[in-house]
Ligand binder design. Structure first.
Ligand code: HEC
Length: 148
């Protein structure tokens, strides 16, 4: 008890004026918060990256390849972001897809994956991803797979 009192008195005696002390504490708290927030965001970014790939493998890879020059039942999806819909040579597209006039970007992929047949009547792709978070993870994964 006495030891604590001595320490407290010493701190009070040597500490900076009260205003500075409070400011210092607030800054320290802010720094700690930022570190925690930083850790949280980097963890969740890594988790989301892994999620996108995992979801692609689970939900898309049966019909779509991500490698150059290969088509399965669906066209390869390497470089699909920024590509004109229905434009992969040798892929087995429906007329609906070929004549859709879409250029795939985040927004159009998001709408398509939510409900393919609502966006493009007559498309042969029927698989949908109702969960918005999962759609975004998949789209971000596709964005990272560029041909160069
Ligand atoms: C059961 C097979 C199957 C699955 C699973 C599947 N697709 Fe498809 N996908 C197709 C087919 C077939 C087409 C061509 C559709 C058409 O021409 O109407 C297609 C077309 C597409 C296109 C248009 C590509 C282009 O070149 O215009 C995109 C984008 C796409 N799929 C994304 C996905 C994603 C992302 C997943 C996973 C969430 C997925 N697909 C799952 C069969 C599938």
């Amino acid at each position: 008890m006495e030891a604590i009192q001595v320490i407290c008195t010493t701190i009070h005696a040597t500490a900076a004026p009260a205003g500075d002390r409070i400011k210092g504490q607030a800054e320290a708290r802010f720094t700690i918060l930022m570190v925690i927030a930083g850790l949280f965001f980097s963890f969740s970014a890594v988790a989301q990256e892994a999620d996108g790939q995992r979801l692609f493998l689970q939900r898309c890879a049966a019909c779509h390849n991500i490698e150059q020059g290969q088509n399965k039942m669906g066209p390869r999806l390497l470089g699909v972001v920024g590509r004109v819909a229905g434009s992969v040579e040798g892929a087995n597209y429906s007329d609906a897809m070929r004549s859709s006039g879409i250029t795939w970007d985040r927004q159009s992929l998001n709408t398509f994956l939510a409900a393919p047949r609502q966006m493009i009547r007559g498309t042969r792709m029927t698989v949908s991803i109702p969960d918005a978070t999962q759609r975004i993870a998949i789209i971000e994964y596709l964005e990272r797979q560029s041909p160069d």
